[in-house]
Design a protein around this ligand. Sequence first.
Ligand SMILES: [Zn+2]
Ligand SMILES: [Zn+2]
Length: 112
Amino acid sequence: MNPETEPREIELDGPTAPLRILWEDGHESEYDLEVLRRICPCAVCSAQGGRSGVPQDPAPLPPGATEIKSIHETGHYALHITWRDGHDTGYYSFSHLRLHCPCRECRPRMDV
Ligand SMILES: [Zn+2]
Ligand SMILES: [Zn+2]
């Protein structure tokens, strides 16, 4: 297993709190739920964006789209997230999540 994509701890304090993942390599990621929704890897959401699944010009999200209804770990490789607006086709693999870590270290360009 790659420690960079192996979660040690997954933390969600409430339906609108950011999702926090502590990785086996000691790195910590914090995903604002709007960010998390926008990186949804499902076919529907990816179709709206580019290769990365992130829309170039993001459309407004429906009400409830940034609230988590339930979250389950599936098969130790992904998180299945059901959103308050009923969207439930997103399986967030840990490698996808780590790739989209929004922290300064991973995303220096977002600081600009
Ligand atoms: Zn989706
Ligand atoms: Zn990071």
